[in-house]
Design a protein around this ligand. Structure first.
Ligand code: FAD
Length: 450
């Protein structure tokens, strides 16, 4: 074993140390013959919909192919915020200025809703608004961040500011970035504990959760849906697909519209809390502007650093390879961690859509909430709740993310063969951008960027 890996290295999420998946409902319960609503997928989206519908008095059955939360929902970095993954310029180009602004404002509102929701439900998930730092990979990125900060503050109402290289010192003990966008209201949580809280509340509201029960097909007949599983069939009035990146060929229409992409994480061995606090004095979570996005954060107990990103151009990379790759990323930001060892590494799948936007919608009696586009802690919970409220008939459950259709692409059948070359290309572009930027002449001392 390489020295990057700790003696007790484990190829599963660090989060499961505090919140083991083995403790979830294990054996599938006997399936009821009927349910008002059958929900496929027991991640944040499925459970949020289940909670609303069970509280509205519906008979809710949630089915998951594995343990609840075994998908992305107990594997993430746990970053929270109110911005869409799709950039403002691309969104405006695709939708026009009015609808783009409305979606960005709704995403910011979804975050405010989420903070209130976690507090109102008293979900103990280490949620802290310690802020986010988005490091500028190039000087050009820093200039773009200044424009972005003005737009976010003035038009979306998101509190943020930009710091230059000198202003980074109180934020991060690293020389890698040219400056950063600071979003003080963003934060982080323990993703598996958020999932635990949602699961407990959905069960308490009366939902039934059938783990290890894969749905193999849906058949609409006589105004109802037959939900087929190896443990038998259930007849439901309505079905919710909350399968996100794990949407398989059992749901062919949706399968062809979701792009599953492997995303990875690793955790260091315990470090001294003083050292951790010296590396990230403000306790912020860190992203940067690279095309291949990475994230670094402090563990909720303050003793480790966690790092996430596309550790391999391939999906389903092996944990030791993930640990080595993400260790290089971490040491690139904090060279003094070159000798630190990694205790955990793992992966999960995130779902991209062809328009890079989350989507809720309905076809016949089958509803879906899909396409977190890599940022689903807030969005999947919010849109699962929205979808549940819409099914329950809430007139005010209006959302711009319920758009007609879910775009597909010619020749795409659900297997993203293009992701490996795209990842490699992005990595090359990131390196090239940095070199080109370094070759650009520096602005004269004292000159301000627009
Ligand atoms: C490494 C990593 C880091 C991330 N970091 C962040 C972050 O910092 N911030 C952020 O906002 N988001 C992040 N995300 C994304 C976030 O975790 C997801 O967007 C979110 O968890 C999606 O929740 P979900 O309920 O939609 O889907 P999931 O949690 O993936 O749940 C889908 C479920 O559907 C089930 N399923 C699929 N098919 C079937 C079937 N046929 N029958 C029964 N069940 C089925 C699966 O078993 C799975 O449990 C990250 C994800 C990963 C993997």
């Amino acid at each position: 074993m390489s020295e990057v890996l700790a003696e007790d290295f484990r190829g599963e999420p660090y989060w499961w140390e505090m919140s083991p998946r083995a403790g979830r409902p294990a054996a599938p319960p006997p399936l009821p013959a009927r349910a008002d609503v059958a929900i496929v997928g027991a991640g944040y989206a499925g459970l949020a919909a289940a909670l609303v519908l069970a509280r509205a008095g519906r008979g809710v059955l949630v089915l998951d192919a594995g343990p609840p939360g075994g998908g992305a929902s107990s594997r993430s970095v746990g970053m929270t915020g109110g911005r869409l993954r799709q950039g403002a310029a691309a969104l405006t180009k695709a939708l026009g200025p009015g609808p783009a602004l409305a979606l960005m404002r709704e995403a910011a509102g979804a975050y405010r809703w989420f903070l209130d929701f976690v507090r109102a439900e008293a979900i103990d998930c280490d949620l802290r608004q310690s802020g986010r730092l988005v490091g500028a990979w190039t000087r050009r990125d820093l200039e773009a961040q200044r424009r972005l900060a003005a737009m976010l503050t003035e038009r979306i109402g998101i509190d943020c500011h930009v710091v230059d290289r000198a202003g980074l010192r109180p934020e991060i003990a690293s020389d890698l970035y040219h400056g950063a966008l600071v979003l003080p209201q963003d934060g982080g949580l323990h993703p598996a504990r958020l999932h635990d809280g949602l699961l407990q509340r959905a069960l308490a509201a009366g939902a039934t959760v059938a783990a290890f029960t894969p749905v193999t097909a849906l058949a609409e007949e006589s105004g109802e849906v037959r939900v087929l599983t190896p443990a038998g069939a259930v007849t439901a009035r309505e079905v919710v697909l909350a399968t996100n990146a794990y949407t398989g060929p059992a749901f062919p229409w949706h399968h062809r519209r979701v792009i599953p992409v492997g995303s990875y994480m690793a955790a260091t061995e315990p470090l001294s809390p003083t050292r951790v606090a010296r590396l990230l004095p403000a306790g912020r979570l860190v992203n940067d502007t690279r095309r291949l996005a990475y994230a670094i954060r402090i563990s909720p107990d303050g003793t480790r650093l966690l790092v996430g990103g596309r550790a391999s151009a391939r999906d389903h990379a092996r944990p030791p390879q993930v640990a080595r790759s993400l260790h290089r990323v971490l040491a690139g930001v904090f060279p003094e961690l070159a000798a630190a060892r990694m205790s955990h590494a793992w992966g999960g799948m995130v779902a991209f859509t062809f328009d890079r936007l989350p989507n809720i919608g309905t076809r016949g009696r089958v509803h879906h909430v899909l396409g977190c586009n890599g940022s689903g802690v807030v969005m999947s919970t919010y849109l699962g709740t929205m979808l549940g409220r819409r099914i329950a008939g809430a007139a005010d459950a209006v959302t711009g993310f319920a758009r007609d259709g879910l775009p597909g692409a010619p020749l795409y059948g659900g297997r993203p063969w293009f992701m490996s070359p795209v990842s490699l290309w992005y990595g090359l572009r990131d390196r090239a951008d940095r070199m080109i930027d370094a070759a650009r002449p520096s602005p004269p001392r004292g000159a301000s960027t627009p």
